[in-house]
Design a protein around this ligand. Structure first.
Ligand code: GTQ
Ligand code: FE2
Length: 361
């Protein structure tokens, strides 16, 4: 073994050094100088790699699981994770973020449970499933973002004769790594099969700019559903205003809305940031890199994404993972909408959030 602290050693000293390293190991100690480069790289050196998962593949295999694998107590969910090939077989899209396709067949129910991991659902297509959060049934439809903050009981039920699939985002890898996971089964009879058009939390919190006085202000959003009609209208208005010459768009042709907690105006979830991006036809974004990782799903349209040194064509439903500090750029000829989530709230809370814009070549 070599050491920066002893550039040249005699044979006798070497034998004594070897002895020292053996004694370190026996005493469960490890010197900094032999792996400082790994522990403290000059810039982030993610093990996760840039990766695209194609929606037709995900959906096809989820449908097959729907035929072969029952959903129920124990396994809890028919959810199939996206496994980043850089992460040694772990079922993680990035070191902090879980992404899965979940599939619920006609009349099926996924049983109630709760956990300290934070979750959301994003619906690329279809409807007919209600996610019941703390006894409040929340309809799930195309383009909607549905939240399940930590330690909220939740179950999903499909009231229709058609199967439905959607994407789950959770902070499972982060919570696992920092040993903060708690999990409990819920009562089997939590299950109201009620299917109200509007959930109670939407009726209380879903009015723009109006905070119900007397309601508590939790850290995670008390509004559990963000409806596509609102998201779409907000993006449309941003791009229309840009065309009319008003400021407020992040860059030309690129509108972004962030899903926020109406009680605090901060991120809707404590550990994950959720956004919807829209690129006008023919738009190319600036190339930027940030600490922290993210996952995107193309909601509509298509384009080309550059992640690090790689370029991928992506179409509707495709998901991709962006490792920490990898340069990211999006371009689209026909225009596109993309849902994005990241671990930025964690990085910001810890003072570890950095972003830079790549200089033009
Ligand atoms: O729907 O409750 O993809 O608890 C992973 C863990 C979904 C869920 C996942 C979960 C759920
Ligand atoms: Fe869950």
């Amino acid at each position: 073994m070599t050491s920066a602290l002893s550039p040249s050693v005699s044979a006798r000293d070497q034998a004594e050094l070897d002895q020292l390293y053996k004694r370190f190991a026996a005493a469960h100690m490890s010197p900094l100088w032999t792996h400082i480069g790994d522990l403290m790289p000059a810039i982030p050196r993610p093990e996760a790699v840039p990766m695209v998962w194609r929606w037709p593949t995900l959906l096809g295999l989820a449908e097959r699981a729907g035929v072969l694998v029952p959903v129920g107590r124990g396994g809890e969910r028919r959810a199939i994770a996206l496994a980043n090939p850089g992460l040694a077989g772990a079922p993680y899209a990035t070191p902090t973020l879980w992404a899965a396709v979940q599939y619920l067949g006609p009349r099926e129910k996924a049983p109630a449970h709760r956990h300290s991991q934070t979750a959301f659902r994003f619906v690329i297509d279809g409807e007919g499933v209600w996610t019941n959060v703390e006894g409040d049934p929340v309809a799930m439809r195309r383009g909607d973002l549905l939240l399940t903050p930590g330690m909220h009981f939740h179950e999903h039920h499909n009231t229709t004769d058609r199967a439905m699939a959607w994407v789950d985002g959770l902070d499972i890898p982060l919570v696992r790594q920092i040993d903060a996971g708690f999990f409990e089964f819920g009562p089997d009879e939590l299950g109201t099969q009620a299917t109200p058009a509007s959930s109670r939390n939407e009726r209380l919190w879903g009015h723009p700019g109006l905070t119900p006085v007397g309601a508590p202000t939790p850290k995670a959003s008390p509004l559990m559903a963000y409806r596509w009609e609102h998201t779409d209208a907000a993006l449309t208005a941003q791009l229309d205003l840009e065309l009319e010459g008003h400021p407020g768009v992040v860059e030309p042709g690129h509108a972004v809305v962030r899903f926020t907690n109406p009680a605090t105006a901060r991120d809707c979830l404590t550990t994950m940031r959720c956004e919807m991006h829209r690129l006008r036809p023919g738009t190319r974004t600036a190339v930027t890199r940030s600490t922290g990782s993210s996952v995107y799903q193309i909601f509509a349209g298509s384009g080309v994404v550059r992640i690090g040194d790689e370029r991928f064509e992506v179409g509707t439903g495709d998901l991709f993972a962006v490792p920490s500090w990898a340069p990211l750029g999006l371009m689209s000829e026909p225009g596109l909408d993309a849902f994005r989530y990241s671990d930025e709230p964690v990085f910001e809370a810890l003072g570890l959030a950095h972003t830079e814009r790549e200089e033009m070549a």
